[in-house]
Design a protein around this ligand. Structure first.
Ligand code: NAI
Length: 330
């Protein structure tokens, strides 16, 4: 039985892997993969990793040194992997799609919660405070959603927005063919959208796509949603725009410095990241901890596809979910 190292394991990760795995001896490791922890994979042929594992050149060297031949991402995004460096050293596979519905639905949940202040109302009524002061929202119907990135998730989010009667404009350098999506240049999207939602990957082109200059082009009172990758937003610039009331609210499932923070319980610790602390403290910011994918359906699919990826690798078959340097847009 091949031994597999499974980094950054949380209880919810194990549910479907334990149910479906019959072929591998899985060594579940609680801590994240970094150059310092890679040696924990000694004796394993594959390392299963997630979004906040650090798979840089040093980690890749360490993994190779202890005999790991395959990095199996149990996620779609691979911006945390140095694909260029991995080329010809180690194979990398991923789960390209698990549940785009999970992420798109979570994005709308953030918007609805923020707009109708459900997070405030929940706390109030539990304290028998039935006042409505400060809870005014706006109708989504008739407002314009600007969607950046019209891949799997962006397109489902567009459908959801249309279900609410919103007008949708979108930007994507690779527009989807055979759709009725109303594409617009980025500056027009910034200028006309009441809500802007990010559904593009993190690449050199998209890093800090929301920054001081793009925020300046937006409507007063715009709502920003990010369920993609933290570094799509310059958090300092967003913080300032929230203070200036340029941005009415932000729904964030990701944060640019999340790697050492998200997925862990720091409730008894003083958070040293002032930007994070200020964002979380704002009544018009909802932050979730990279949770958008977390549905039963997505976890099952992640386990199924990862086990299939491992099977293809160990049987010497073609790796149809390989992440190849030549297709990397980063
Ligand atoms: P996808 O690959 O299907 O779609 C991405 C789209 O972004 C493509 O249409 C692509 O052409 C477009 N794009 C590329 N460069 C762009 C640019 N410069 N500006 C605007 N659009 C650009 O990816 P999918 O599955 O829709 O995922 C989107 C992102 O969601 C992922 O990259 C990942 O970062 C994030 N994600 C977050 C999860 C979470 O739990 N929060 C879970 C899964 C994905």
């Amino acid at each position: 039985m091949e031994r597999i190292a499974f980094f950054d394991t949380k209880p919810y990760d194990r549910i479907w892997f334990d149910k479906l795995n019959t072929e591998y001896d899985i060594k579940y490791i609680d801590h994240k993969l970094t150059p310092d922890t890679a040696a924990a994979a000694r004796g394993c042929k594959a390392a299963v990793v997630f979004v906040n594992d650090t798979v840089n050149s040093e980690t890749i060297d360490e993994l190779c040194a202890v005999g790991v031949k395959l990095i199996a991402l149990r996620c779609a995004g691979y911006n945390n992997v140095d694909i260029k460096y991995a080329k010809d050293k180690i194979d990398v596979v991923r789960v390209p799609v698990y549940s785009p519905y999970a992420v798109a639905e979570h994005t709308m949940a953030l918007l609805l919660t923020l707009n109708r202040k459900i997070h405030k109302a929940f706390i109030r009524t539990r304290d028998f405070n039935f006042s409505l002061n400060g809870l005014i929202g706006f109708d989504l119907h008739g407002k314009t959603a600007g969607v950046i990135g019209t891949g799997q998730i962006g397109r489902i989010f567009i459908d959801i927005c249309r279900g609410f009667g919103m007008n949708v404009i979108a930007y994507d350098p690779y527009p989807a063919k055979d759709t009725d999506i109303n594409y617009a240049p980025l500056d027009k999207l910034f200028a006309e959208s009441d809500v802007i939602s990010l559904h593009c990957p993190l690449t050199n082109d998209t890093r800090y796509i929301i920054n001081e200059s793009s925020l300046a082009k937006m409507k007063e009172g715009v709502v920003i949603l990010n369920t993609s990758r933290g570094q799509l937003i310059d958090s300092d610039a967003l913080l300032q725009a929230l203070k200036d009331k340029k941005v009415r609210g932000a729904g964030l499932d990701v944060y640019e410095e999340e790697t050492s923070i998200f997925f862990e319980d720091y409730s008894s610790t003083i958070i040293k990241d002032d930007v994070l602390a200020l964002l979380v403290s704002m009544p018009n910011v909802i932050m979730t901890s990279h949770q958008a994918f977390l549905t039963d359906e997505a976890l099952q699919k992640i386990a199924e596809v990862t086990l299939a990826n491992l099977g293809a690798f160990f049987r010497g078959e073609e790796l149809k979910n390989a992440v190849l340097y030549k297709t990397d847009k980063a």
